[in-house]
Design a protein around this ligand. Structure first.
Ligand SMILES: *Cc1c(COP(=O)(O)O)cnc(C)c1O
Length: 228
């Protein structure tokens, strides 16, 4: 069997097991295949195994693959840092954006979203570990951002996304950022926002993320192998 097919099956099994051991319905956790740096035919291999959602970080690379895979029914997710001069193409060519972290970007995406495509699904990226270098809104900035973004007409605010700082810490400390993101989403729900999405967990930490409520896990290397 093709290595990628085999690895995809393993990741799927891991997700189901992590969901069940957290007392969750396995179908409540969805797999986003992170395909940055991967060739279109590698995406196609997983597509033929039923993988429909792909996450890309680099716009031009993603557009090239979208062109090659135009006959596939793929849901495209943008998950990388966003420069303002890229928002139009992102708004036109993606179904989800997980990495919105400031109002300016959200406004542009809303203005530039083609009407016939319906609202663009977005998550607000939160700098959950409060790292200087990391992108993402701080927890302090979040309430104002949530309010303003939720009022933009061509965006559908679905929830929150985070990339916790890498840590060698024990499992308790690894859990904390995910728990904090889950609690933040709960607070938003309590305020009346109809949000349903926690985009968190990658190759190294998808199980703990699932146990804290992840609804999208974004997995690259565990499916496609090491990146160069
Ligand atoms: C690359 C990337 C991933 C996937 O990371 P892996 O460790 O390969 O699973 C997930 N989310 C974002 C935002 C990424 O840039």
């Amino acid at each position: 069997m093709n290595a990628v097919v085999n690895q995809l099956a393993k990741v799927r099994k891991k997700i189901v097991e992590a969901a069940l051991s957290a007392g969750r319905e396995p179908s409540s956790v969805r797999l986003l295949a992170v395909s940055k740096t991967r060739a279109a035919d590698e995406l196609l291999t997983t597509y033929q195994e039923g993988q429909k959602d792909f996450g890309e970080n680099y716009l031009q690379e993603a557009l090239d693959k979208q062109e090659l895979l135009r006959d596939c029914e793929i849901t495209w997710h943008f998950i990388g840092p966003i420069q303002s001069n890229k928002t139009r193409s992102i708004a036109e060519n993606f179904d989800w954006v997980h990495s919105v972290d400031r109002l300016k970007i959200a406004k542009r995406l809303s203005e530039q979203r083609p009407e016939e495509k319906g609202p663009l699904n977005i998550c607000l990226q939160v700098n959950i570990s409060n790292e200087e270098s990391k992108s993402g809104a701080s927890l302090q900035e979040l309430p104002a951002l949530v309010k303003e973004v939720s009022e933009l007409p061509n965006l559908h605010l679905r929830g929150l996304m985070a990339i916790p700082a890498k840590t060698s810490a024990n499992s308790h400390d690894r859990r904390l950022p995910f728990a904090r993101l889950r609690e933040t989403l709960e607070i938003m729900k309590g305020q009346g926002y109809s949000v349903d999405t926690l985009s968190m967990g990658m190759t190294e930490d998808l199980e703990v993320a699932i146990s804290e409520g992840a609804t999208w896990v974004r997995v690259g290397r565990a499916i496609f192998g090491k990146r160069d």
